[in-house]
Design a protein around this ligand. Sequence first.
Ligand SMILES: Cc1cc2nc3c(=O)[nH]c(=O)nc-3n(C[C@H](O)[C@H](O)[C@H](O)COP(=O)(O)OP(=O)(O)OC[C@H]3O[C@@H](n4cnc5c(N)ncnc54)[C@H](O)[C@@H]3O)c2cc1C
Length: 416
Amino acid sequence: MRYSGFKVFTEGLFGNKGWQPAWREPQPKSEYDVVIIGGGGHGLATAYYLAKNHGITNVAVLEKGYLGGGNVGRNTTIVRANYFLPGNSEFYSHSLKLWEKLEAELNYNVMHSQRGQIVLFHSDGQRDAAVRRGNSIANQGDDAELLSRDQLKRMVPYLDYEQTRFPIYGGLIQRRAGTARHDAVAWGYARGADARGVDLIQNCEVTGIDIENGHVRGVQTTRGPIRAKKVAMVAAGRSGQVAAMAGMRLPIESHVLQAFVTEGLKPVIDSVISFGMGHFYISQSDKGGLVFGGDLDFYASYASRGNLPMLEHVMEAGMTLMPMIGKAKILRGWGGIMDMTPDGSPIIDKTHIEGLYIDAGWNYGGFKATPASGWCMAHLMATDQPHEVARRFRLDRFRTGHLLDEEGTGSQHNLH
Ligand SMILES: Cc1cc2nc3c(=O)[nH]c(=O)nc-3n(C[C@H](O)[C@H](O)[C@H](O)COP(=O)(O)OP(=O)(O)OC[C@H]3O[C@@H](n4cnc5c(N)ncnc54)[C@H](O)[C@@H]3O)c2cc1C
């Protein structure tokens, strides 16, 4: 079924009785060419591009809960391409270009909104770093623009410009950055993959990975064994647990990251704003809620819930930057499990086991990577060669020393 404004209109006229489920609920088959462990954004995007770009459709995505119940449905939805280092910058640049065509590609409204992201700076040193980053982004072919304090005052007048502790000197804006509706991205990819023949199996936890003579043979699941020629581990915060089933120990720590949303308010914030001196960034959802978050809770955990000290820390930073937020009432807070690598950059690679692949280490920035991650993982699995924009995301870089240390955003607390 093709979605369109005309379809919405005619369905409205006839009682909305013509809609069909967005994907099937198939029983797992005993064998597939490819099994993908994890029905988050990256797993679903990998399945979609395997089918769409490479014609590989005998694929199952195995999800232990429901599609979109993991981090893809828990993030604060920021989409940007403002990375500094070669390796990261071309990858996220590729991803942003895919985002810009995603709704047409998937025939699905993912509410991608290029409302701009402003990263504030609060000292001469931070301004120098922002200029350097802006030049690097421009060299990659993406947009970056320095805003003076006066320009900022006109654009976002509600920030506290008079505070003396962290005076605002200006900001670096990427106008093509913005937000998207997080779970709609999972649903859009799920629908597109299903339409091309991929089996999406929910409530199917992988409990073991079968390996014989260095080759992957399939997986054990709560719904029985499934044989597969190739298996992809795409389990984000639970990557360490899944890889352990193949006897692997990953350079990944799992940490909790929290987010918060207020009651719905009239439109007030029309961009994404990141505080340069505290752990706070904010946007406003299309429903009106102010959506904001901060830094990791900083202890390794598989519990997707946060703690009160970090809640207090984020609220303090919000009040420092934007005192008007003190009048808003918080509706909800939640946590997700972040797969943190030591250098803050991801892994898209083969493993030492033939036929077993890994896509992990997305830290707190994997939502914006969803299209390119799926694109590059599908390329790797179909051709056994890394895609050119993901060739530095190697698993062995932590052993060989070829780190992609973007800005100390990895799992080491002392580097934040
Ligand atoms: C609070 C918060 C804010 C964030 N903000 C941003 C942001 O603004 N911008 C941004 O780019 N990124 C952000 N992120 C990060 C981003 O959400 C993640 O990096 C990204 O979603 C991870 O990839 P995924 O979607 O595939 O993960 P997930 O959705 O977590 O998918 C992994 C799936 O694997 C499944 N799984 C695990 N183990 C098994 C098993 N044994 N068998 C079967 N299935 C299994 C899980 O149930 C899960 O559904 C944020 C994250 C959080 C928590």
